[in-house]
Ligand binder design. Structure first.
Ligand code: ACO
Length: 323
């Protein structure tokens, strides 16, 4: 028998305010047509004034708990993937813990930018596999609208805010790829590529800073590294691409999503796509896509999923799980 981290609930939260591409035409040399054709993005949600990452994370967590029929008292640990926590410290995760009314267990953040949710899932899986926790809330939540340079058309039209959450529970499996739950993970980073994607400020430089990205350079790395990490994770899980029901990719750019699926030899009707409605929500994009994909009836219990993401660092990775 093998202890598996099984998804027993998914939920998400998107801020009320929706911004269509055309809104940017008033202030920037850009067009709906450019944004749509280069990125696949049509609209995104932006947090309201005063609305924070931990607020959104809590709403997503509540939805995941509700879907699982569980309460906060059943949770042992909270892992929040974010690069845009409310405060320098404490972690967004402990703020979620308080907002959920949890008075026991433990909570911490994981920061791996757009690959954050994949890293958080791998951490939660290890906590469950080692017996440290029975139930873990894994949340991706971001307010990237706070780190945009609104004069930089090459970045500010691409990102959005939101949160998604999964509740994982320890369950006994047979130790085969037919088990439900996380079957394999693969994590990578290469800090030599820092200058391709970073925020030009932080605590020790005394300003919040803005996101800077050499988009076409990141693009070049993305398809190749994403297909490779997905293959590695699938191999570790003992399955092949032919067994995959859904790719649930990080939602940065439809052309990266299409290129990765093609390189993996899988058709687009096996890919969950939400980038048109959410934009790039960094660490929130995969749990948002998982929750929306399940709500749409695309992802069903027993389906084999591979998630993959790449972002600042560069950091990238993949998780194979049976829903
Ligand atoms: N509107 C109109 N024109 C624009 C805009 C805009 N919003 N933005 C850039 N352009 C122009 C550029 O100035 C450039 O003009 P030039 O040729 O006169 O210099 C031209 O469009 C082409 O620019 P490219 O950057 O080469 O365009 P590309 O086709 O590569 O698309 C994009 C840009 C969408 C950013 C793409 O490169 C991309 O998605 N990259 C990957 C992003 C990503 O995956 N990031 C990782 C995750 S994010 C994270 O970790 C936080």
């Amino acid at each position: 028998m093998t202890r598996r981290a099984v998804v027993i609930g998914a939920g998400h939260y998107l801020p009320e305010r929706i911004v269509e591409n055309a809104e940017f035409e008033a202030t920037l040399e850009t067009s709906d047509e450019w944004i749509r054709s280069r990125s696949g993005i049509e609209r995104r949600h932006f947090a309201a004034e005063g609305e924070t990452t931990s607020n959104m994370a809590t709403r997503a967590a509540e939805a995941a708990l509700k879907a699982a029929g569980r309460s906060a008292a059943d949770v042992d640990a909270i892992v929040v993937a974010t690069s845009t926590a409310d405060l320098t410290f404490p972690s967004a995760a402990t703020m979620v813990q308080a907002q959920l009314g949890m008075t026991s267990g433990f909570a911490f953040d994981v920061q791996a930018v757009c690959a954050g949710f994949v890293y958080a899932l791998a951490n939660a899986n290890a906590l469950i596999a080692s017996g440290q926790a029975e139930r873990v809330l894994v949340i991706g939540a971001e307010t990237f609208s706070r780190i945009m340079d609104w004069t930089d058309r090459s970045t500010c039209v691409l990102f959005g805010d939101g949160a998604g959450a999964l509740l994982l529970e320890a369950q006994e499996g047979e130790g085969t790829s037919d088990d439900r739950g996380i079957l394999a993970t693969d994590l990578n980073s290469d800090g030599r590529y820092k200058d391709l994607l970073y925020v030009d400020g932080g605590v020790s430089t005394q300003n919040t800073g803005h996101l800077r990205m050499q988009g076409n350079q990141v693009f070049r790395h993305a398809v190749e590294k994403l297909a490779k990490t997905a293959h590695t994770a699938l191999e570790r899980a003992g399955v092949g691409t032919q067994d995959v029901d859904w790719i649930v990719p990080h939602q940065a750019n439809i052309r990266i999503i299409q290129g990765t699926a093609k390189k993996m030899g899988l058709p687009m009707d096996k890919v969950v796509v939400t980038v048109q409605d959410h934009g790039n929500t960094s660490a929130a994009s995969i749990p948002l896509a998982l929750s929306v994909g399940a709500a749409r009836g695309q992802i069903k219990p027993g389906d084999l999923l591979v998630t993959e993401a790449i972002g600042g660092g560069l950091a990238w990775g993949a998780v194979v799980l049976r829903w």
